[in-house]
Design a binder for this molecule. Structure first.
Ligand code: ZN
Length: 181
């Protein structure tokens, strides 16, 4: 868990680099970055298409389980920074008396194909992404199990954790969109 937290901070540090031009700020950034660098030396970034750089070579829906991180103590897995952020969001919601469950997270390609058959393509009025394009296929989205109170909480607070309702007809679908690209 410590590694995941560190990784998330590293991603956030990158935001700072992008917005600071002054050399003094960069020096302090560098110091922070060194202090917060994960023990593994691993950093997480998104490529120009918004896809996790460390997962891109696997392909959408073809990411091995050990390249993903669990969300809290659930069976659900996401890209490491997304898993860490969602873990924090669920814990913070709990402190507010709000329960957020997870219905679905990383979705393998074969499941994307099955879902498209059963629920239709989003572009045609259905509820499934074209197989191979789903945010779930990169571990970058979770379908959340929420009552009305929880949905209101996530709508108000999701952005603090870089989670956004990225499918207009699916109030349960929350994509991870860190402000680093
Ligand atoms: Zn979804």
């Amino acid at each position: 868990m410590q590694t995941q937290q560190t990784a998330t901070r590293t991603v956030q540090q990158k935001t700072t680099t992008g917005t600071t031009g002054a050399s003094g700020d960069f020096a302090s950034y560098l110091q922070n970055a060194v202090e917060q660098a994960p023990a593994s030396g691993r950093t997480y970034t998104l490529n120009g298409k918004g896809i996790p750089t460390d997962l891109a070579a696997y392909g959408n829906g073809k990411v091995p389980a050990n390249a993903l991180e669990p969300v809290g103590d659930t069976r659900h897995k996401l890209w490491a920074p997304a898993a860490e952020s969602l873990t924090r969001m669920i814990a913070d919601a709990k402190k507010d008396g709000v329960t957020i469950g997870i219905t679905d997270s990383y979705r393998p390609y074969a499941e994307q194909v099955d879902l498209a058959k059963r629920k239709g393509l989003y572009s045609q009025g259905g509820l499934a992404a074209k197989p191979g394009t789903s945010e779930h296929g990169w571990g970058m989205a979770a379908d959340l199990d929420m009552n009305a109170k929880a949905l209101a909480w996530v709508r108000e607070n999701g952005a603090k954790y870089d989670f956004y309702n990225t499918a207009a007809r699916e109030s349960w679908h929350w994509g991870y969109k860190p402000k680093t690209v």
